[in-house]
Every structure is written in C-alpha cells, then in structure tokens.
Design a protein around this ligand. Structure first.
Ligand SMILES: C[S@@+](CC[C@H](N)C(=O)[O-])C[C@H]1O[C@@H](n2cnc3c(N)ncnc32)[C@H](O)[C@@H]1O
Length: 203
C-alpha cells in the first residue's frame, strides 16, 4: 500500500471510530457530530439568488445528513456521500425519520467512485477536515462532479479558508463571504464560497 492509500485508510478508520463512539452515546469531542436542526442560511441564499429551485445535488461528507435532508425537502434530487459507513447509516436513518428521499453512498471524495455530474455540489465542513496531502485529490474529485455551469457551494472553517487556493486551478470563485456554523448553539467562524468550474474544465 502506498503512503496516500495508507493515509486515506487511516482517515476512514478515524471517522468510523468517531461515529461508532457517537452511536454508543460516548462524547467524541467533535462538535460536528451533534445534530443541527437547520439548513444553513448560506446555502438557502446562494441557491435563491441564482434562482436554483431544483436539480441534482450532491452533499459531500454529509455527516448526520441534516443539510441533505432539508435540501431534499425543498425539492432537490439529493445524493449524499460520506467516508464513514457508520455515519452514512445514521444519516439514512435520520432521512427515513424525516421522510426524505435521498441516495446515500459510502464514498471517499479523494478517490470518488461517482462518475455522474450534479447541478449543485455542496460541502459543509469536509474540505476543512482533510489532510493537506489530499487536497489536490479532493479538487480533482469535485471538479469532475460539477456539471458545466453548475455550482459548488463550499463552507469551510475560517482558519482553513486559505485552502481555497488549492481549488484555483480547476475552479473560479464567484462569491465569498464571512459566515459561521451554528453548532451546539455556539457559532464557529467560517468562510462561505460559491465556485464554478473554470472554462478549461468545461471543454
Ligand atoms: C466536519 S464533518 C461535517 C459533516 C456535515 N457535512 C455537517 O455539516 O455536519 C466532516 C464529514 O466529512 C466526512 N469525511 C471526511 N473525510 C472524507 C472524505 N475523504 N470523503 C468523504 N467524506 C469525508 C466525515 O466522515 C464527516 O462526516
């Protein structure tokens, strides 16, 4: 196994362990593994401003699935992926309780097995948790999943916002603003980006 494959395997194990602890009611120390009950206003506004009301949408690193569930409720045809099988299982359970139709897949975005494209791709907190060594693979993966003239909505911890430079070869930033995640009622500073694939990418 080469170094990158080892890194990917170790990351998967780390996330599986966190979701496993959570399922057993233990504290993981990871605030993202506590339920939120809302769709972030950034996503709602970005879609509304562009008049996007439906279409194929992909939520990368969906976690407990809340954004995916709310977006399915708005009429999007949602696919939600996560590296963690245990996480995806819990997200699917949450979707079933909410009556949301979502296709859930276990998938690592740094070597995705998805081959189709989406009108909207969304990432809330996945890009931020990847190791530096995997950011270029992430960029390649996402660039192949956004359809020509589709959009990529990215929310990233403010401390990791400079990582946006990794995407610059494949994407153009069309909007950026300061934002926050509302987790456990405590806001965490974030940056919100709207990106499109570069013209070269669309050829
Ligand atoms: C910080 S959490 C955010 C979860 C969710 N998006 C939310 O907003 O609550 C990051 C999520 O990304 C997932 N993840 C980490 N690395 C990933 C990868 N390489 N591919 C897909 N998902 C990944 C984790 O399992 C975790 O669910």
């Amino acid at each position: 196994m080469d170094d990158k494959k080892m890194l990917q395997a170790m990351r998967k194990l780390k996330w599986e362990a966190d979701y496993w602890k959570r399922a057993k009611g233990e504290d993981t120390g990871n605030v993202f593994l506590t339920e939120v009950d809302h769709l972030d206003h950034d996503f709602i506004r970005a879609l509304h401003d562009r008049g996007i009301k439906n279409g194929k949408l992909l939520d990368i690193g969906t976690g407990l699935g809340r954004q995916a569930i709310e977006l399915a409720g708005l009429g999007f045809e949602v696919t939600a992926t996560d590296i963690s099988r245990i996480g995806i299982t819990e997200a699917a359970r949450n979707a079933a309780s909410a009556g949301a139709q979502i296709r859930f897949l276990e998938d690592d975005i740094t070597h995705t097995s998805l081959t189709e494209t989406f009108d909207v791709v969304l990432d809330r907190g996945c890009f931020a948790v990847l190791q530096e060594e995997l950011l270029d693979d992430y960029t390649t993966g996402v660039a192949g999943l956004v359809r020509p003239n589709g959009i990529f909505l990215l929310k990233v911890d403010q401390k990791k916002a400079s990582r946006i430079d990794h995407l610059s070869g494949r994407f153009t930033v069309t909007e950026t603003c300061n934002s926050f995640y509302l987790l456990k009622d405590k806001p965490i500073k974030a940056a919100f980006f709207v990106l499109q694939t570069t013209k070269q990418e669309r050829l």
